[in-house]
Design a protein. Structure first.
Length: 428
């Protein structure tokens, strides 16, 4: 449970009949190197001491939450997709092996030898490419590289940090029967993938009693000349035939992976010049980042899908029943290390939200916090705030975002004794 999502959880249909209980804190789940057995023990202690009925155990975060849910569901008799299906999504190398069995819309990929003194790209692959751990979130330790020098520098960084998630993930791999192709891979593996180009999109859906339903396609727009998200925007502006192809590819891979009673979010690239789609990654949960967007446009947060499935019901989402035609989640970022200043209070955020209808604000750092100490950041930037805007068109979304940022005054400054913190990027 986290405060940012409580409002949207309580906005789902039938929420008055639900009682939401926090199981573990964000701090417990984001320790430097998590211990899955310890986290499971803490979670079981909370559940075993609860004096009511345990009707559902749900979550909307990546590892370790995603993998803990099926383990806890098995013990307490709640609904969940299988642990194996979750791992086939979370482990990026295994996921690619499964994807290539049913679709052609994937990039060239291969394992990288982390033990090599002078690591080389996998055979047959060309620069530019991405290098990343097989397990990560928020693009942590993921690097775009253009030549061998950058490749080896990225591998050095990954080698140094891969254990934070890779070692705990070994415990999860030990809980399932692995196929021969994965028997000696493990969790401490580095993956290289040829770079994909085009427009980035996300496909959201769920599986209920074996039937796959895609309920939304969103655009993901980056800051200019960076791989960092500027905003997610719903609904997508892609042509309907392209969205249908995205839904078809999503359905095929989700069936191959074997998910059921679960939500998913799949990221793609679409190259309009080549009329080509490529699958980036599969997330075995819906995106909590999109909850407000679906609420603004369709009238129901996508948390509803997670909750309905947990009770064995078809979510049956409404379509375009919300008060706005489009919505966006904006990422207000700082592109160098720094210290957060003028962090707005809850009262200041509420004032801006009241003055600008169709706006919601979540601030990431605390006053005076060093940005490099923030958790779950990508390899290139730091998030200062998430600004949700809704309106009749994209121009209104932009205008509300600019007004909100100006009113908040939130910014970063260089740490004491360091150089300038220049490099902040604002939307064009």
């Amino acid at each position: 449970m986290d405060d940012a999502n409580r409002t949207t959880l309580e906005a789902v249909p039938g929420a008055a009949s639900y009682r939401f209980h926090p199981l573990l804190t964000p701090g417990e789940l984001q320790e430097d190197e998590v211990s899955v057995p310890d986290l499971l023990e803490r979670a079981r202690a909370v559940l075993d001491s609860f004096d009511g009925s345990i009707d559902a155990i749900v979550g909307y975060w990546d590892f370790p939450v995603s993998t803990m849910i099926p383990l806890l569901a098995e013990r307490y008799g709640t609904r969940s997709t299988s642990l194996e299906s979750v791992v086939k999504c979370e482990h990026k190398y295994w996921s690619r092996l499964e994807q290539q069995k049913v679709i052609d819309e994937i990039p060239r990929f291969g394992k990288v030898d982390l033990d090599a003194a002078e690591p080389e790209p996998p055979e047959g692959m060309r620069f530019p490419m991405w290098v990343k751990p097989a397990l990560s979130y928020s693009s942590e330790l993921a690097y775009g590289v253009a030549d061998l020098e950058e490749f080896r520098a990225a591998v050095d960084k990954i080698r140094e940090g891969i254990g934070r998630l890779g070692r705990p993930f070994e415990y999860i791999l030990d809980q399932i029967e692995l196929p021969e192709e994965m028997s000696r891979v493990g969790g401490m593996v580095c993956l290289a993938e040829e770079r994909m180009t085009g427009l980035q999109v996300a496909v959201e859906g769920y599986v209920h009693r074996g039937a796959v339903t895609v309920y939304g396609v969103l655009d993901s727009i980056n800051y200019p000349e960076t791989p960092s998200f500027l905003r997610h925007q719903y609904p997508s502006r892609l042509p309907e035939p392209v969205q249908e192809r995205l839904a078809e590819a999503s359905t095929r891979v989700i069936r191959q992976i074997g998910m059921d009673s679960a939500t998913f979010s799949i990221e793609f690239f679409y190259d309009p010049g080549q009329d080509e789609i490529k699958l980036l990654e599969i997330n075995p949960r819906h995106s909590q980042s999109h909850a407000e967007l679906f609420d603004y446009v369709d009238g129901v947060p996508n948390h509803h899908c997670m909750l309905a499935l947990a009770f064995g019901r078809d979510p049956a989402l409404p379509h375009r029943a919300g008060p706005y035609l489009c919505a966006a989640k904006w990422y207000h970022r700082w592109f160098t290390d720094g210290v957060a200043h003028q962090v707005p209070s809850a009262e200041e955020k509420a004032r801006v939200e009241e003055e600008i209808p169709g706006v919601r604000i979540d601030v990431v750092p605390d006053e005076g916090q060093r940005l490099r100490n923030l958790s779950q950041q990508d390899s290139y930037s730091y998030e200062l705030a998430h600004i949700f805007t809704a309106g009749e068109d994209e121009n209104e979304l932009r205008e509300k975002y600019d007004r909100a940022i100006a009113a908040l005054g939130l910014h970063g400054t260089a740490p004491t004794g360091s150089g300038s913190a220049s490099g902040q990027t604002r939307p064009a």
